[in-house]
Design a protein around this ligand. Structure first.
Ligand SMILES: Cc1cc2nc3c(=O)[nH]c(=O)nc-3n(C[C@H](O)[C@H](O)[C@H](O)COP(=O)(O)OP(=O)(O)OC[C@H]3O[C@@H](n4cnc5c(N)ncnc54)[C@H](O)[C@@H]3O)c2cc1C
Length: 509
């Protein structure tokens, strides 16, 4: 720490937000990743402080209230519910599985690329779903054996085989089975969508791993109380193990002395801690600690990290229920001449998107929280949380932000009949709005995207070149979809710190 820092952060004054001055570990961020890391560290016996810059906890899973509605800041469904890392986390905290993940009869209404089908919550109805997809898509009969082989292969790959596919894309995987452009577009979109990436960017191994977990658990759902119920419950577990959680407390700087983290600076002063865990992006973590503390190769690696795409969002309060599906996933326009569904067209679409232009096809993802928990809105009302894919903040938009939002709304009105006529309120969010809330400069949905060079053995780890400074959340470690990736990463990071500190107890230099 420089003498300028000492003056700036008023080192003579300990932080007044908590009377107990210093901690074993400070966690920056109360999203799912920070909550899980802080809670498991506390369960391991560490004296933990979790700092959140926003007035409410939860990061991407946070919420706001309006006209009796409780509205998610992000746009979420939870792939594995209590069968995945979130359930593991609450069980490890000794809470059992208090988060109630709910399901609807039709878990998703899939509309686009000339199909209009409902994904059932019951596995028994799944064959009918697949039959409908087949009949509506009118796949050539000759393609069926290859599709079945591809699906069978994805579901039966061993972990070692999955690892071999880590370094290749979904696009390459599908092409090794079929060159039919329509089948390619449909499967490519479905497999990449989980990671907010197009098929030529998403890792095949990561996608296959995810598909296997999805089918094995078959538990896609949404938590009672809204998405925030996940970090909130985990933070309750953290508190029960003695952790402290402070909101409205932005970390302005990670303090480093002699190559080791020694605490953080916040508006009221400094907080001392030999362990600091950051859940913001790696780039923002370097900025917080000061780039002079990191060796050049590490800085270059971080500079080369790619984030996923992100989305513009709309939160819509409706006068009445217009659909019973848990979520609507679709592409606008819904009907597309088959000859236009080519791999080249899809590629052009994403090149357009990544150059800041509104693409021809608009993928829409719209969870409907009130269909899982009616208490999230006044009686009889419905809440839609929609989003449409958009580039991160580092791409200069050629089409203005309002045009992206207009296109999303046009797509939504087409995909879900009855929305436009029943709007009570309509709140829209640009990519920058979300980036400001989560405090990650690029605003990427997944800050270290699951591309072939950033998954499995090549994923950034939790350690940094600064002793005592760790990273976790969707920026480092683990596998899986968004929230579950972040939760697993948080737990893994806490376990790593615990193992290291058993070897070199706190206080040792
Ligand atoms: C539009 C959208 C749709 C998504 N859909 C899904 C989905 O359907 N299913 C799914 O599983 N995942 C989904 N995700 C991804 C998922 O939300 C994230 O991957 C996951 O929630 C990230 O958790 P995290 O803890 O790593 O980070 P975040 O939730 O981003 O939390 C980071 C926290 O750190 C805080 N912070 C940052 N800087 C500071 C600072 N200096 N001081 C103090 N606090 C700070 C932020 O305020 C924030 O609360 C979606 C994401 C988006 C944006």
């Amino acid at each position: 720490m420089t003498s300028k820092d000492r003056t700036k952060y008023n080192l003579v004054m300990e932080y007044s937000g908590n009377s107990n001055g210093s901690y074993d570990a400070v966690v920056i961020g109360s999203g799912v990743g920070g909550s899980a890391c802080g809670a498991i560290l506390a369960a391991h016996g560490f004296k933990v402080l979790i700092l959140e810059k926003n007035p409410r906890i939860g990061g991407s899973c946070s919420y706001y209230e309006k006209d009796g509605f409780k509205i998610d800041i992000g746009t979420h469904m939870f792939i594995r519910g209590n069968k995945g890392p979130i359930g593991v986390c609450t069980r490890r905290l000794g809470m059992g599985t208090p988060i109630e993940f709910r399901r609807t009869r039709d878990i998703a209404w899939v509309r686009g690329f000339n199909v209009d089908v409902r994904l059932p919550a019951s596995l028994l109805r799944l064959p009918f779903f697949l039959l409908h997809v087949y009949l509506q898509a009118r796949f050539p009969v000759t393609a069926i054996p290859r599709i079945l082989q591809m699906l069978y292969r994805m579901l039966t790959m061993t972990p070692a085989e999955i690892e071999q596919w880590d370094r290749r894309t979904v696009d390459e995987f599908i092409l090794s089975y079929t060159r039919d452009p329509y089948i390619h577009s449909l499967f490519g979109l479905l497999l990449g969508l989980y990671f907010v990436l197009p098929p030529w960017s998403a890792s095949a191994g990561e996608s296959i791993w995810n598909l296997q977990s999805f089918i094995k658990d078959y538990n896609l759902g949404y938590p009672r109380g809204g998405a925030v119920a996940v970090p909130q419950t985990i933070l309750n577990g953290a508190r029960s193990h003695g952790a402290t959680v402070l909101t409205n407390t932005a970390v302005q700087k990670i303090l480093v002395e002699n190559g080791a983290a020694v605490g953080v600076a916040v508006p009221g002063g400094i907080i001392r801690s030999p362990i600091v865990v950051s859940t913001t992006s790696l780039e923002d973590t370097i900025r917080l600690a000061g780039k002079e503390h990191f060796p050049l190769p590490y800085r270059q690696q971080v500079q080369d990290i790619k984030g996923s795409l992100i989305a513009v969002q709309a939160k819509i309060g409706l006068k009445k229920k217009v659909t019973g599906a848990g979520c609507v996933c679709g592409v606008y326009p819904r009907q597309v001449p088959r000859e236009n569904l080519t791999r080249e067209n899809m590629l052009t679409n994403f090149v357009l998107l990544q150059s800041g232009r509104i693409p021809q096809f608009t993928p829409i993802y719209c969870p409907i929280p009130t269909n899982f928990d009616s208490s999230l809105a006044p009686p009889g009302r419905q809440l839609l949380t929609a989003c449409a894919i958009a580039p991160t903040t580092d791409v200069t938009l050629q089409d203005p932000p309002e045009a992206w939002i207009e296109k999303m709304l046009a797509a939504l009105y087409e995909l879900i009949p009855g929305v436009k006529e029943n709007v009570l309120f309509l709140d829209t969010f640009t990519v920058q709005d979300l980036a400001d809330w989560i405090g990650k400069s690029s605003g990427a949905a997944i800050t270290t995207a699951q591309t072939p060079d950033q998954v499995g053995a090549k994923r950034p780890g939790h350690l940094t070149p600064i002793k005592g400074l760790y990273v976790c959340g969707d920026n480092a470690g683990a596998r899986g979809v968004g929230t579950e990736l972040a939760c697993q990463s948080g737990m893994d990071c806490a376990d790593l710190i615990h193992r290291q500190r058993r070897q070199y107890p706190i206080g040792d230099s």
